[in-house]
Design a protein around this ligand. Structure first.
Ligand SMILES: N[C@@H](CCC[C@H](N)C(=O)O)C(=O)O
Length: 283
């Protein structure tokens, strides 16, 4: 088939976005990998699929596939691209929409200045629900957070575990540019303590309202930005008592602003979403 797609990015985290309301798709993992391939396909960190909603009172369903072909629960930067896409394609005239994802309903809205804010829901903090296996581990308390020891290359990395619908392991580093993001990131992603694998975040605290962040994403490798990774890092930093909401998150691809009121309140993420080009590919 000839597949129509739109290439987009949110702070450099790039996507192939597909309208599955007006064209039927049913791809294998190998076909998703082909679309994501930067040499033989289109090239993307994730593929985003726009579908009709299944639940009542919801506008759309949003599905996410990593570059490795696996379907995943959530993508923050993708949620902003999703809003730009359905607005530009006139699939809705609402500025605030409700979107079903594998991990629940999120509520993005298009701001007057063109930025997009997404209510990402409350973070999940119970390790078993992230999921993270704490069997026989001794944790240490820091503020309201609990830090867990993770053995990487024979050394202990102290991590916070947070789920934003998808799993994250966040650690504080002195200098994010010098941090071994790719070398350690792949080991953290596949660490046996994470039964569903994990996204590995490395954050440098600049001040209470400002961090630098790099994320080695599950199923995609290091990306220029990770929206749920930014939410998870800010939640971890606020719980540790080293950050105060709102927090500016500087990534290699752009800036996001994350606000969180603590406990069960939703994490709000604001940032850009950009259309790069439209295309067609035989698949
Ligand atoms: N880029 C994303 C997250 C995409 C999914 C992630 N790699 C996972 O496997 O959970 C974002 O902006 O949140």
């Amino acid at each position: 088939m000839k597949l129509k797609f739109t290439k987009m990015h949110g702070a450099g985290n790039d996507f192939v976005v597909i309208d599955a309301i007006n064209q039927a798709i049913d791809f294998t993992p190998a076909q998703w990998q082909y679309l994501a391939d930067r040499r033989f396909g289109v090239g993307a960190d994730q593929m985003l699929v726009v579908e009709k909603a299944q639940a009542a009172g919801v506008d759309f369903r949003y599905r996410i596939y990593n570059a490795d072909g696996g379907e995943v629960e959530q993508c923050g930067n993708g949620a902003r691209a999703f809003v730009r896409f359905v607005t530009d394609k006139k699939l809705t005239d609402k500025r605030a929409i409700k979107v079903e994802t594998m991990s629940g309903i999120i509520e993005p809205r298009l701001e007057a200045n063109g930025q997009i804010t997404v209510d990402m829901g409350a973070p999940i903090l119970n390790p078993e629900d992230v999921p993270f296996d704490t069997t026989d581990l001794l944790c240490k308390a820091e503020g309201e957070d609990t830090l867990w020891p993770l053995d990487i290359k024979g050394e202990t990395n102290w991590i916070s575990v947070v789920s934003m619908g998808n799993p994250h392991a966040v650690q504080v580093v002195a200098d994010v540019e010098a941090a071994p993001v790719r070398e350690d990131g792949v080991l953290i992603e596949h660490h046996p303590r994470f039964p569903k694998r994990v996204n590995a975040g490395f954050m440098q605290i600049l001040d209470q309202h400002h961090i630098k962040l790099r994320v080695f994403e599950r199923g995609a490798g290091e990306t220029l930005a990770c929206g749920t990774g930014a939410c998870a890092a800010v939640v971890a930093g606020i719980r540790r008592g080293v950050l105060v909401s709102p927090v500016k998150v500087q990534t290699r691809g752009g800036e996001l602003v994350i606000a969180w009121g603590g406990q069960d309140s939703p994490v709000m993420m604001t940032g850009p979403a950009v259309t790069v080009f439209e295309g067609e590919i035989e698949i």
